[in-house]
Design a protein around this ligand. Structure first.
Ligand code: FAD
Ligand code: DHB
Length: 393
């Protein structure tokens, strides 16, 4: 088998790349370890920056997103039992969309399948060969048959735990990592959101986030101890803790409903430099992870793919490898910008480690500045909607 670009991973990054390559007339094959059902059901991100939505529209992928996505112009900070609105659209001119990542993945998968793309699920054993040569190859098993795919390039879009980054010889890439002393318990519930806008609540028992996927489905997060397991969190305990952290006098109480999914996520910052090696290009979570607080992960994956797809297009149209060689350098400033804001927003909202009173006082001072100073609010809003990252060189 042969193709131009072998894409590992059918998350939002890999699927979008395959779509954009087809628009540029470049052949690709997408290999995904999991089943289609599993990938389409995996509950993850929900917030799309305005720039991400615009890009998906230009690529012809936003019909359902435009019909069903919820457009947001602000959110609410809650601390000290009071609400403070962050009017990010008024401050930046940009909106964000709430739209489940798995809905986007469904839309992308349908578009690829309808276009007759070679998109293969249940491929458990991808192995990358010859990444430092001009003739890389992928070995794997497709529908029980061993397959070897000869290609020009490999795009590693297989997430943090994927095989691509691990296929690079030791020492060729440098990774930078930060872990946080807390985790998130995420819950998807069949319950109407208690408010139209997101609520980021800072509470003495820890951070809580009230988000949503539709007028009938809420998405809720609780700060928990690092390493916490969902087994310790029966639904009643989750609802009780959410009420404690999110309900305040004078605002509608949180609505309860059947829990559709719950899982724990570690908070971690991670960056690979450079984001390529030989004929392998890493994109999205395969190259970098941000703590989820600022909702940047999916948006960063789309930003990488935008650069990578344009670089492939240039190479196949003109033979110029310059943009491919410059891929990592073009992405990393934005990655670090998002990393910085995600770190800052995480420290802004999470309860500091027990007993760190100094950190608590700093947190309070930062929160006050963000809601009292128009300049601080505007800086925050520019980062939140993704405008700040677009200004990186
Ligand atoms: P992934 O979505 O991880 O896709 C990688 C794909 O590769 C997967 O389908 C995987 O099965 C496949 N794969 C893995 N290994 C192999 C292999 N060896 N061979 C073949 N295939 C393989 N981001 C936001 O922007 N906004 C948010 O609101 C937000 N909230 C989040 C909330 C949670 C709880 C979590 C966990 C994440 C959140 N994120 C958010 C981050 C976002 O979900 C990720 O950044 C995004 O999924 C990255 O997309 P990707 O395509 O790079 O990787
Ligand atoms: C969601 C996740 C986030 O981290 C965030 O800041 C906003 C929304 C979500 O999954 O809905």
């Amino acid at each position: 088998l042969t193709t131009r670009v072998a894409i590992v991973g059918a998350g939002p990054g890999g699927l979008l790349l395959s779509h954009l390559l087809q628009l540029a007339g470049v052949d690709s094959i997408v290999l995904e370890r999991r089943s289609r059902t599993y990938v389409e059901k995996r509950v993850r991100a929900g917030l799309l920056e305005g720039g991400t939505v615009d890009f998906l529209r230009e690529a012809g992928l936003a019909d359902r997103l435009d019909r069903e996505g919820l457009v947001h112009e602000g959110f609410v900070f809650r601390f000290g039992a009071r609400a403070h609105r962050m009017p990010f659209t008024e401050l930046t001119g940009r909106t964000v969309h709430m739209y489940g990542q798995q809905e986007l993945v469904k839309d992308l998968t349908r578009a690829r399948t309808a276009a007759g793309a070679r998109l293969w699920f249940d491929v458990p054993d991808v192995e990358l060969r010859g990444l430092e040569t001009d003739t890389p190859a992928v070995r794997c098993t497709v529908a029980g048959e061993p397959v070897e795919i000869a290609c020009d390039f490999v795009a590693g879009c297989d997430g943090f735990h994927g095989v691509s980054r691990r296929s690079v010889p030791p020492g060729a890439l440098t990774t930078y990592e930060r872990s946080y002393p807390y985790a998130w318990l995420g819950v998807l519930a069949q319950a109407p959101p208690a408010a139209e806008e997101l609520i980021y609540a800072v509470h003495g028992r820890g951070f809580a986030l009230h988000s949503m996927r539709s007028p009938a489905v809420s998405r809720l997060y609780l700060q928990v101890e690092a390493g916490e397991s969902v087994e310790n969190w029966p639904d009643e305990r989750i609802w009780k803790e959410l009420h404690t952290r999110l309900d305040i006098d004078g605002a509608p109480e949180l609505a309860e409903g059947p829990v559709l999914e719950k899982s724990c996520v570690a908070l971690r910052g991670f960056v690979t430099e450079p984001m390529s090696h030989g004929r392998l290009f890493l994109a999205g979570d395969a190259a970098h992870i941000v703590p989820p607080t600022a909702a940047k992960g999916l948006n960063l994956a789309v930003a990488d793919i935008k650069v990578l797809a344009a670089a492939f297009r240039e190479f196949y149209e003109t033979g110029d490898r310059g943009p491919l060689d410059g891929y990592s350098a073009a992405c990393l400033p934005g990655v670090w910008q998002a990393q910085e804001f995600s770190d800052w927003m995480s420290r802004l909202l999470h309860r500091p480690t027990e007993g760190r009173v100094f950190d608590e006082r700093l947190q309070h001072a930062r929160l006050e500045a963000v809601v009292r100073s128009p300049a601080a609010a505007r800086n925050f809003a520019e980062n939140y909607v993704g405008l700040a990252r677009e200004r990186t060189p």
